[in-house]
Write a protein of this length. Structure first.
Length: 179
C-alpha cells in the first residue's frame, strides 16, 4: 500500500460519492460479511460513542466511514476477508486500546490533560498513511458542524475517531506485511 497521490485520492472520492443507494447496500453487506468485527466496530461501537455527544455527527461519521471504505476498495482492491486472520480485529483492539482510552477520557478532562491528549494525537497523525484522506474527512466534519452550533462539541471526538478508522483501514490493507 502507498500514500495516495492527490489525483488518486480525488478519483477514489469521486467514485465514493457517485455510488447509488442500491450499490451502497451491496458494498456494505459485503463489507460486513468480509469483516464482521471491523464492521461492528465502525458502524456500531464508534458510531454509538459519537452519538452520545451528537446524533447528527454520528450519522455523518457513518457516511464518512463508507466513503473511506470506498476509497480503499477503489484504490487497493476488495476488502480482505476476516477468515484470513480471524484474530486480526482483536490484535487491532489491543494496539488501539490506549487511543480508545484517550478518546473516552477526552470528554471530561482538565485542560492540561486535554493538551497532552491532543499532543499524543498530533504525534500519532504523523505516523499514519493517507493523511490526504484524513484531511478531506476532517474538512467534511468541520463543514457539517458549522451548519449547527449543537454539532460543534463533537468535532474533536469525530475527527479523532476518523483518524482511528483510517488507521484501521491502513492496517487492514497493509496485511500482506502482516502484524
Amino acid at each position: 500500500m502507498h500514500e495516495l497521490t492527490e489525483s488518486e485520492l480525488y478519483q477514489a472520492l469521486k467514485y465514493a460519492k457517485s455510488i447509488e443507494e442500491d450499490d451502497a447496500k451491496i458494498i456494505m453487506s459485503q463489507f460486513e460479511a468480509d469483516q464482521p468485527q471491523l464492521f461492528q466496530t465502525l458502524f456500531g461501537i464508534f458510531t454509538s460513542i459519537i452519538a452520545d455527544q451528537n446524533q447528527d455527527m454520528a450519522h455523518l461519521f457513518m457516511d464518512l466511514c463508507f466513503d473511506a471504505l470506498c476509497v480503499y476498495q477503489k484504490s487497493f482492491g476488495d476488502t480482505p476477508k476476516a477468515i484470513d486472520d480471524p484474530a486480526w480485529m482483536e490484535k487491532q483492539a489491543i494496539l488501539l486500546e490506549a487511543e480508545f482510552a484517550l478518546l473516552l477520557q477526552n470528554r471530561s478532562v482538565d485542560e492540561a490533560k486535554r493538551e497532552g491528549i491532543q499532543e499524543h494525537f498530533a504525534t500519532y497523525k504523523q505516523n499514519i498513511q493517507q493523511m490526504g484522506l484524513v484531511k478531506f474527512l476532517n474538512e467534511c466534519i468541520d463543514e457539517f458542524a458549522a451548519e449547527q452550533v449543537s454539532r460543534v462539541p463533537a468535532i474533536e471526538l469525530t475527527q479523532a475517531m476518523i483518524l482511528l478508522v483510517v488507521k484501521l483501514f491502513n492496517d487492514l490493507y497493509d496485511k500482506p506485511a502482516r502484524h
